[in-house]
Design a protein around this ligand. Structure first.
Ligand code: ATP
Ligand code: ATP
Ligand code: MG
Ligand code: MG
Length: 878
C-alpha cells in the first residue's frame, strides 16, 4: 500500500457537516487492491492478535464484533485501515468514532477518512494503520514493540497539544455556550467570538485585565503596602537586598518563626516557611536569591492555606490547598507511600492533570526531620506525614473545595481587596486557621494576590464540589447573552462567486457597518485591500473573523478550500449557492457533477438553523439542496413563473424574482420592487442575465439579514464592475469605433453566460479570442469550441503561455474540433500566442463591432487594449 496524499480538514466538509476534524488519506492499495481480507492467509488472526480491542467496533452489522466479522468474511484493506487508525487513537486515550472509506474513480485507489482530536496524532494514526495492516498482510503479524511505540507517540502528541487545565475549562464552557473559539498564532492566545465581538484570553487573563493590576499583583511588597494602607490584614514583613540585613529584618518581624521568599516569585519557587533557626534562615535566603534579587522576610502565620477566586468583583470559588503528604498504613515506608501515591492516574507532570506527582526537594527532608522521620520510616496507620511546606498544586499539593464555608466578612474583604488591586480575575492566597470565621478574629492574613490564577483546584478539587468558574468568566466577557458572533455570509457556486461576494459586501456597507470580505482576488476590510491573492480558503476566512474591526463577514467559499481543509467556520448565518456546473471535474476526486453539487452543498448545510440558505431555484442541483439543509430556505429565480418558487412563497417563504424588468423580493402577499435591472450597472443595462441572477442572490441574502430595501437599492445602483473593482469580470471598453470586452470566463457555463450578453450585441460583428486553462478535460475544450461557434461571427483560437501540463497545440485542436462540429463553415483561425491573437483581433475589429477576449492574463489583455487609446471604460450601457 502507498499513501498518495494526506489532507487535514478543520471545518464543515464534503464528508460531514458536523464532524470538523477529519483526516483524508488517499491510499493506493497496490498489490492488495484485488484481495479482500478473507483471501489473505492469516490476516484475520494476525489483526485480532495485534488489536483485540477492535472487537468493540460495530461497523455495518451494528453489533459488537461487527467489524471483525466483516474482516473475516472479506472487506477491502482501505476499510480496515480506517478502523485501525481510529482504534490506535482510541488506545492512546483519544475518543474518535467517525470514519468513511470510498473507492475513487481510479480502481484500487481509496479515500480513507478518519476523525481526529489532535491533527498530528490523526495523521500519525493514519500512517501507523497502513504500516500495521501491511505488516500483517505480509508477515501475519505486527511486532508488539512497534505497536507500543505507536501508541506512546500518539499519547505524546495528545499530551503536548493539550491547552492546560485553566484554558481547557474556558474553551469547554465557551463550546457549551455556542461561543466560537480559536487559537491565535501567538502561542497561548485564545480568541473567543468573532470580529468586533471577540474577546481574547491568555491562560486566565482577559482583555479586561489591566496591566497596572497585573504589575501590582506581581510585586508582593507593593501589594502588601497598598493593602496594609487600606486596612487589610497582611503579613508583617520587610524587603532586604543583602544577607547583612537579614538579622535586623528577623527582629523587625518579631523573631522566629519566619518566612523567606523571593520578591517576585511564583508557584512556590524559592520559598521557605516556618523557619526557626539562623542556619535555616541563611539557607532559605540563598534559596530565595536563586529566584530574585530582593528578598521578603515575613512573620510566619500558622494556619491553613486557602485560595479565594474572584471574578468580575465576586468570589466564585474558595479552595483549601493541602501540601503534598502521604498517610501512613503501618506497613509501608514513606518512600513506598510516595511511590504509591504517585501511581494515581490523576497525578501528572506539571499542570497537565488534576494533580501533580509529588517530588521531594531540600525543604522536604527538613520537614521530615522535624516530624522525626526519614524516607525509610514506617509511619503508623492514619498518621499524616507532610512532604512539602507550601501547598501549591504544582508541587504535589491537593485541593478541597470550601466555597460554601467562607465567612461573609471574608467574602466582602476578598472582593474589596481585588478591587483595590484592580483585577477582573484574581486569586487571593489567604492563611488562616478557619476560613468560616472572620480573618481578624483568627489572625489570618492575605499573603498575596495573584493575577492569572489557575482554575485547576476549583474545577477539579480532590475533594468537594467542582465549581464552574469558567462560567463566571464567560458571564463577564459576554454579559446578557450579548452575541459573541458577527453575521457570516458565505458564497459558493461554479460561477459568479467573486462578483456576488463583492456586490453583497457593497450592499452591506450601505448599513454603515465595517464589512470584511474574501474573494479570489484578495481579502478586503471596508474599502481597503488587506492582502491580494486567491483568498477563498479557511485561512483567509480567519483573517476576517479574527479582525477586531469587522462587523460583518462575507466570504467567497471556493471548492478548493472546502475540499482541502473544510470551511473556516462552523456555521454561517446565510449560505448562498449560485449554481453548479461542470468545472474542474476530475480534480481532487470530484469526478461527477453530482459530487460537485455535494461539495457545494456544504455551504448550504453549514448554516445555523435560524439562518438562511439562499438557493438558485433555476438550477435543479442547487434547488435540491433545500432538502439537505436544516436552515430556512430562500430562493432566487430569473423565472417569474417558477412553480417551485410559487409554492415556496405560498408556504410563507421568501424569494427574489426577476419580473417585468424589476429585481423584486417577494414575501407573503407582498412584492417589494427593488429596482429595474437597467438601472443596475452590474447588469450592463439589463443585457447580462447572469449578472441579474447574481444581483438577485446578493439582494436576497441582504434582505434575510434585515438590510432594508432602500439600502439594498442604494447598493445595487452604486456598485460598478469597473476594471479596478472587478478586473477580468465583464470589463467593457469603448475604443471609439468598436468595443472590447475582457472576461475571465473559463468553463462552459460561464461561456454560456457570457454568450447571453454577446448575443444581445446587435450593432455589429462579434469577434471572440478564446482559449482555456490546460488542466481542464478534453471535452471541456470541445464544448468551448461549440459554444464559441454559436456565439461569435469570427473566432481566434489561442493558447495559454502556461499549458498546465497539456501538450502545446492540443487545446487549440480540441477547440477547433468543437467549432467545426457545430458550424462546418465557421470563420476562425488559430494564433497560439495570446498577445498576437489579441492584437490581431483589435487590428481587424469592424466598426460598431465587439471584440470579446477570454485571456490567460487579464492585466496583459487590458494593457493591450489601453495601448489603443481608450475612449472610456464603460460600466453601463444605457
Ligand atoms: P503561588 O504562585 O502558588 O501563589 P507564590 O510562589 O506566589 O505561590 P506565596 O503565595 O507568597 O508564593 O506563598 C506560597 C505559600 O506559602 C502560601 O500560599 C502560604 O501557604 C505560604 N506562605 C507564604 N507566606 C506565608 C506567611 N507569611 N505565613 C504563612 N504561610 C505563608
Ligand atoms: P472563480 O471560480 O474564478 O473564483 P467566480 O465564481 O468567483 O470565479 P466571478 O469571478 O464572479 O466568478 O465571475 C467569473 C466569470 O463567470 C464572469 O466574468 C462571468 O463570465 C461568469 N459568471 C458570472 N456570474 C455568472 C453566473 N451567475 N452564471 C454563469 N456565469 C457567470
Ligand atoms: Mg501564592
Ligand atoms: Mg472567484
Amino acid at each position: 500500500m502507498r499513501i498518495l496524499k494526506i489532507q487535514t480538514l478543520r471545518g464543515p466538509n464534503y464528508w460531514s457537516i458536523r464532524r470538523h476534524k477529519l483526516i483524508v488519506m488517499r491510499l493506493d492499495l497496490e498489490n492488495l487492491a484485488e484481495t479482500p481480507s478473507n483471501e489473505i492467509p492469516g490476516f484475520y488472526e494476525g489483526l485480532v492478535e495485534a488489536l483485540p480491542s477492535l472487537e468493540g467496533h460495530y461497523c455495518s452489522p451494528g453489533c459488537r464484533g461487527g467489524f471483525l466479522m466483516r474482516v473475516r468474511e472479506g472487506t477491502m484493506m482501505g476499510h480496515i485501515v480506517e478502523h485501525v487508525a481510529l482504534e490506535l487513537q482510541e488506545l492512546a486515550g483519544m475518543h474518535v468514532g467517525f470514519g468513511r472509506t470510498r473507492e475513487t474513480a481510479t480502481p484500487g485507489i481509496f479515500q480513507v477518512v478518519i476523525e481526529y482530536l489532535n491533527e498530528e496524532a490523526g495523521r500519525y494514526a493514519g500512517r501507523a494503520a497502513v504500516r500495521l495492516c501491511q505488516s500483517i498482510a505480509d508477515r501475519g503479524r505486527y511486532p508488539k514493540a512497534e505497536l507500543e511505540q505507536d501508541i506512546q507517540d500518539l499519547k505524546d502528541f495528545w499530551r503536548d497539544s493539550s491547552l492546560g487545565p485553566s484554558t481547557e475549562a474556558i474553551v469547554k464552557e465557551a463550546e457549551k455556550r455556542g461561543i466560537p473559539w480559536m487559537q491565535l498564532s501567538a502561542r497561548f492566545l485564545i480568541q473567543l467570538g468573532y470580529g468586533v465581538n471577540q474577546k481574547r484570553m491568555q491562560a486566565t487573563m482577559t482583555d479586561n485585565t489591566g496591566i497596572l493590576g497585573v504589575e501590582l499583583a506581581c510585586d508582593k511588597e507593593a501589594t502588601k503596602r497598598i493593602l496594609a494602607a487600606a486596612g487589610a490584614p497582611v503579613p508583617r514583613g520587610t524587603v532586604i537586598n543583602f544577607l547583612d540585613d537579614l538579622e535586623e529584618a528577623i527582629e523587625y518581624v518579631g523573631g522566629y518563626p519566619i518566612v523567606i521568599k523571593p520578591l517576585d516569585g511564583n508557584h512556590g519557587r524559592g520559598i521557605t516557611i516556618d523557619i526557626r533557626t539562623w542556619e535555616e534562615a541563611e539557607a532559605a535566603y540563598e534559596a530565595a536569591r536563586q529566584v530574585s534579587r530582593s528578598i521578603i522576610v515575613e512573620r510566619y502565620y500558622v494556619g491553613r492555606d486557602h485560595r479565594v477566586l474572584v471574578v468580575n468583583g465576586k468570589v466564585v470559588a474558595v479552595a483549601e490547598r493541602v501540601p503534598a503528604h502521604v498517610v501512613g498504613n503501618g506497613r509501608s515506608s514513606i518512600a513506598e507511600l510516595i511511590e504509591e501515591t504517585n501511581q494515581d492516574p490523576n497525578r501528572g507532570e506539571g499542570h497537565d492533570n488534576v494533580l501533580t506527582k509529588i517530588e521531594l526537594d531540600r525543604t522536604s527532608y527538613q520537614l521530615l526531620e522535624r516530624q522525626g522521620y526519614t524516607l525509610n520510616s514506617v509511619p503508623p496507620k492514619g498518621t499524616i506525614c507532610y512532604l512539602r511546606a507550601t501547598a501549591n498544586l504544582s508541587t504535589g499539593g491537593s485541593a478541597v473545595d470550601r466555597t460554601d464555608e467562607i465567612h461573609p466578612e471574608n467574602l466582602w474583604l476578598a472582593q474589596r481587596v481585588v478591587k483595590i488591586i484592580g483585577l477582573d480575575i484574581a486569586g487571593l492566597d489567604i492563611v488562616t486557621t478557619d476560613i468560616s470565621r472572620p480573618l481578624r478574629e483568627m489572625d489570618g492574613v492575605i499573603v498575596e494576590v495573584n493575577a492569572a490564577p489557575g482554575f485547576r483546584m476549583h474545577v477539579a478539587p480532590s475533594l468537594g464540589i467542582p465549581r464552574n468558574v469558567a462560567g463566571a468568566v464567560m458571564d463577564m466577557l459576554f454579559p446578557n447573552e450579548q452575541s459573541s458572533r458577527i453575521p457570516i455570509l458565505s458564497v459558493t457556486g461554479t460561477n459568479g462567486k467573486t462578483t456576488t461576494t463583492r456586490l453583497l459586501a457593497h450592499i452591506y456597507k450601505q448599513t454603515g457597518k465595517v464589512v470584511g470580505y474574501t474573494t479570489t482576488d484578495g481579502t478586503y476590510i471596508g474599502e481597503y485591500l488587506v492582502e491580494a491573492g486567491d483568498n477563498t480558503g479557511p485561512q483567509s476566512a480567519h483573517v476576517i473573523l479574527q479582525d477586531p474591526t469587522v462587523e460583518v463577514a462575507v466570504l467567497e467559499s471556493a471548492r478548493g478550500g472546502i475540499l482541502r481543509s473544510g470551511l473556516g467556520f462552523e456555521a454561517a448565518n446565510v449560505g448562498i449557492v449560485l449554481n453548479v456546473a461542470a468545472d474542474h471535474l476530475g480534480i481532487g476526486d470530484i469526478d461527477t457533477i453530482e459530487q460537485l453539487a455535494n461539495l457545494k452543498s456544504v455551504v448550504a448545510e453549514a448554516v445555523f438553523p435560524d439562518g438562511y440558505a439562499v438557493l438558485n431555484a433555476d438550477d435543479r442541483r442547487v434547488a435540491a439542496m433545500a432538502q439537505k439543509t436544516k436552515a430556512n430556505v430562500a430562493y432566487f429565480t430569473m423565472n417569474p413563473d417558477s412553480e417551485l418558487v410559487r409554492q415556496h412563497i405560498q408556504k410563507g417563504g421568501v424569494a427574489a424574482i426577476y419580473e417585468n424588468g424589476y429585481l423584486s423580493i417577494v414575501k407573503g402577499d407582498w412584492t417589494h420592487r427593488i429596482e429595474r435591472a437597467e438601472n443596475i450597472p452590474l447588469t450592463m443595462g439589463g443585457r447580462a442575465p447572469f449578472m441579474i441572477a447574481n444581483a438577485l442572490a446578493a439582494a436576497l441574502a441582504a434582505f434575510v439579514q434585515n438590510v432594508t430595501i432602500e439600502q439594498i437599492r442604494a447598493g445595487l445602483k452604486t456598485f460598478r464592475a469597473s476594471v479596478s473593482q472587478t478586473p477580468g469580470r465583464m470589463n467593457l471598453f469603448n475604443l471609439g469605433n468598436y468595443h472590447a470586452l475582457v472576461d475571465y470566463a473559463h468553463n462552459p457555463a460561464s461561456y454560456e453566460a457570457l454568450g447571453s450578453f454577446v448575443r444581445n450585441w446587435n450593432t455589429g460583428a462579434r469577434i471572440g479570442v478564446v482559449g482555456g486553462p490546460g488542466d481542464r478535460r478534453d471535452e471541456d475544450f470541445v464544448t468551448l469550441g461549440q459554444l464559441a461557434a454559436d456565439i461569435f461571427d469570427y473566432i481566434i483560437v489561442k493558447e495559454d503561455d502556461d499549458t498546465r501540463g497539456r501538450l502545446r497545440g492540443s487545446a487549440s485542436e480540441l477547440i477547433t474540433k468543437g467549432i467545426t462540429q457545430v458550424k462546418p463553415d465557421a470563420r476562425y483561425e488559430v494564433i497560439m500566442d495570446e498577445t498576437a491573437a489579441i492584437n490581431k483581433a483589435l487590428d481587424t475589429a469592424p466598426d460598431n463591432g465587439l471584440v470579446v477576449i477570454l485571456p490567460e492574463s487579464v492585466n496583459r489583455a487590458i494593457k493591450l487594449i489601453k495601448l489603443r487609446g481608450l475612449v472610456k471604460e464603460e460600466i453601463q450601457q444605457n
